[in-house]
Write a protein that binds this ligand. Structure first.
Ligand SMILES: [Zn+2]
Length: 263
């Protein structure tokens, strides 16, 4: 499923090369800034391991441990002091990329009890992919060494709820709600998750938000040849996850749609 075998058009290849060159420029700038900063700061202090030293599974363990602390009401708020700030000013090595929803109740640094430089967070309402989201994830993996990508959906997601409502009560063409706003684009984007789960029993929003996560997990490989190659090599892992608004618990989401898996 995540074989990244989608053929690339010449246009897509050109675009990928341009993006790669842009990332190299960004990396060179970062390296230069880091080397300059290193001449004016003290030696690094001991803290959580840099991303490059973590395996994908160890990075996931670190995230899960942080979520357990958050859920239990005993967060330690790691890596949030002045020493960490000074150290991270020299260069960042986030151990995980989080592609999450913009919902104000689902801040990854809080729900995973993380700190400065720990997570490379990309948030949009409904946590879907586009070129900018993929480029951001690629940058963190390629140039910052992040070994893990987490796609984080959440309970009662408003964006998914809007897509479920739109499927149940489609607006007529030319409806004023379709003009002057980008929200309908977001709703249409998520409609594939609603369609895929339309015949499933249970809560429609819950079913769709889980499928929405699965679609993004699959899309990371199918839309990014670079990330697909890193995943095949075992250097990077992609997992889907669901955040429970009530308990604060983050649970992993199986990659196969239950209705599809049953066929
Ligand atoms: Zn949401």
């Amino acid at each position: 499923m995540n074989d990244g075998s989608r053929s690339s058009s010449p246009c897509a290849i050109d675009r990928a090369r341009q993006m790669h060159r842009a990332l190299l420029v960004l990396a060179a700038t970062l390296t230069l800034s880091a080397s300059r900063a290193a001449t004016t700061h003290a030696a690094p202090s001991a803290h959580a391991p840099a991303a490059a030293t973590l395996t994908p599974d160890k990075a996931l363990e670190q995230l899960e441990a942080g979520n357990k602390r958050f859920v239990s009401g005993a967060p330690t708020h790691p890596n949030q002091n002045a020493a960490r700030r000074a150290e991270e000013a020299k260069g960042q090595h986030p151990y995980a990329v989080v592609i999450g929803c913009s919902d104000s109740r689902v801040a990854p640094e809080i729900v995973f009890d993380a700190g400065l430089g720990d997570l490379f967070v990309i948030r949009t309402a409904g946590n879907r992919l586009d070129d900018l989201v993929l480029a951001s994830a690629e940058y963190s993996v390629e140039h910052l060494g992040s070994p893990l990508i987490v796609v984080l959906g959440h309970e009662r997601c408003g964006a998914v709820t809007a897509a479920v409502d739109a499927a149940a009560h489609p607006a007529p063409p030319g409806n004023p709600a379709e003009t002057g706003s980008h929200v309908p684009i977001l709703v249409r984007t998520i409609s594939d998750a609603v369609t895929a789960t339309a015949s499933m029993p249970g809560d429609k929003v819950e079913n769709a938000l889980l499928e929405n996560v699965r679609i993004v997990v699959r899309g990371i490989s199918s839309e990014s040849p670079y990330l697909a190659a890193r995943i095949r090599a075992g250097a990077v892992k992609v997992v889907g996850a669901r955040y429970d608004l009530d308990t604060g618990n983050v649970t992993l989401v199986d990659s196969a749609t239950p209705t599809h898996a049953a066929k």
